[in-house]
Design a protein around this ligand. Sequence first.
Ligand SMILES: NC(=O)c1ccc[n+]([C@@H]2O[C@H](COP(=O)([O-])OP(=O)(O)OC[C@H]3O[C@@H](n4cnc5c(N)ncnc54)[C@H](OP(=O)(O)O)[C@@H]3O)[C@@H](O)[C@H]2O)c1
Length: 370
Amino acid sequence: MKKIIINGANGYVASNFINQLLGQECEIIALVRGNKKLTANERMNQVLSHLNDEDFIGNSKLKVVNYSLNDENFGIPEDEISDIFRGELDYYHFAASLKYDFKSKDEIFRTNIDGVKNSLSIYNKYAGDKSRFFFISTAYSCGKYNGEFREQFHDNEDISAFRNYYEQSKRFAENVIREFMEKNKIDAHIIRLSQVVGNSETGITKTDYGIFDFAKRMHSISTRYPNKEVRVKVDPKATQNLIPINEVIKYLMFTVQTSDAPQIVNLTAKQSTQNTLILDGLSTLIPLKLVPVPELKKEEMSSIERLVSVGMSFTGSYIDTDLRWETNNLDALVPNDGNNNEDKAILKMLEYFIGTLDHSKITKKVSIAS
Ligand SMILES: NC(=O)c1ccc[n+]([C@@H]2O[C@H](COP(=O)([O-])OP(=O)(O)OC[C@H]3O[C@@H](n4cnc5c(N)ncnc54)[C@H](OP(=O)(O)O)[C@@H]3O)[C@@H](O)[C@H]2O)c1
């Protein structure tokens, strides 16, 4: 039976991957860090319950192990770690700090670069020869690159070539893997994701990252200040590349099944989504009319517009981007059938997501009243 080890296993993408793997013939080892309130096992079960509408009671294929990403042997006793990594396996490194603020640089580098180095050295020490190492990177490791970002390694660059340390840390981590691979001849693969959203078929969206973080903040402002027209400092024609979680999982499942995965893949949506679609879509779902004004200056903003602008601290760096990625490796596996319904799918996800926020508001009110 195939053995698959996944770190950062309770995160959004990894937990969806595990949820899918549970239906396959394989042994899954999920590396999760416990916290003060919950054990690693409880955290993993909680997230799988959430994904399965509270209907998950454990699965014998899944073993959850408490670990510490930066510690020697992940802080796991020697006999246990050598047992975990014994034989031929696929290792997926998902763990990462997704922070983007400049003051979190140390944490971002410690997690996203030192964490990868530690994973590599443990993998190299214990995993069998025919094993494979998959690193989950980001398409935004392209930084401020202007052309079509190729599916190959790119040299390290100064922070001025990136929007934040998160992007830079992922570029550095990829090059850590490149060097390690050349030196130790391991079979390693890089999977670069763009912004991962909900399910394009069902609309179900269980992430509040990126545009959904923005949607959540706008929803909150709209409940406090309903029926206002607010200007947002956004270029309406600029785009966001949004990759549905089901597409990501489809690709990850492909990597499990094939012995011929590409070394680097830009796992991005074929068609990017214009900001105007997101703003217009949101304006129909919440009582707030969002009007894009690219040149909006801070001193011209009303107090609500300033609140909106604070709510864009992350999305703010991506309001005027129109990035392009090479997708030859991806296209060879998943040919473009010309049926690009991305925009429709994004609107469906926004509708679902706002619905969950409205619902949680209603249930909160009911539980306070009762
Ligand atoms: N979501 C996206 O749109 C997106 C886009 C591009 C690339 N990616 C990449 O995809 C991967 C998964 O992202 P995600 O959205 O699923 O993120 P997520 O939900 O935030 O999950 C991140 C995971 O990393 C773990 N982690 C963070 N810091 C850690 C540390 N110091 N030690 C051990 N574990 C640590 C988290 O554990 P805790 O819960 O304990 O913090 C969590 O399990 C990441 O590598 C990310 O860079 C994601």
